[in-house]
Design a protein around this ligand. Sequence first.
Ligand SMILES: Nc1ncnc2c1ncn2[C@@H]1O[C@H](COP(=O)(O)OP(=O)(O)OP(=O)(O)O)[C@@H](O)[C@H]1O
Ligand SMILES: [Mg+2]
Length: 264
Amino acid sequence: MRSDLMLAVHNLEVVYEGVLRSLRGASLAVAPDRIVAVLGANGAGKTTLLRAMTGLLDVHRGKITRGQVTLDGTPLDTRRAASVVRAGVSQVMEGRRVFVEFTVEENLRIGGHTGSTADVTANLERIFAMFPVLADRRGARAGYLSGGEQQMLAIGRALMAQPRFLLLDEPSLGLAPKLVEQIRDLIVDINAAGTGVLLIEQNAAMALSIAHHGYVMENGITVMDAPADTLRADEDIQEFYLGLGQTASLRDVKHYKRRKRWLS
Ligand SMILES: Nc1ncnc2c1ncn2[C@@H]1O[C@H](COP(=O)(O)OP(=O)(O)OP(=O)(O)O)[C@@H](O)[C@H]1O
Ligand SMILES: [Mg+2]
């Protein structure tokens, strides 16, 4: 893996409103040919990590207090959101944020606004070829699309900028299993076409089924970092993240097991 061609986070700390420490040492790396998963419970800091990577902390009164985000070895966290997109990093925010009053096509055009008119038209056709369901409904108001179609639209909009890296915040949330499968296949296709993917998911089974590598976040810290196969086979991951147990956190699981071993 060439370390100079990569999206990376180095020991990042983020504070909200000057006091709330939300990230306390998060690190990761995504190569252009990889799907990298970030797993973690509610409040672990996954969305914050994404905001820090895409210049969106300002909007939420958050600030990086230590560490760095880099793209190909040069700082990314000093750039504003639009400049991050121009640099080749696009994101799909949590909760399928589409412009409900606009049509499908208008939503996509908004995603391509950084390119020239010719680029936008070519990209639009590329996205419609990729998402036939959006092509069929290009004139429909986005608010009338189903949840799954809105998620496709949100992903399509991010792809309009032809990103080198695509960051997805819980794309499967609230979708029926069949749609989760469609989104999963789509992510695989996007990656196969040469886009590095950072996939934030609480659906660990889905994420680890397609990821090459994975990170586990707890309390603002990346506490585990391993190939996806290793994470899938890890008993503690199975117990906590693959829904086979009821324990409060990965650390609790480990602690509990250590105690059990010690007592026996
Ligand atoms: N704008 C904000 N102002 C203050 N605190 C915030 C803000 N956004 C998030 N936080 C806090 O930062 C921590 C991490 O939140 P974040 O949304 O990054 O977690 P998450 O892992 O994405 O959770 P979820 O799985 O629920 O989406 C939480 O304690 C949250 O309450
Ligand atoms: Mg979140």
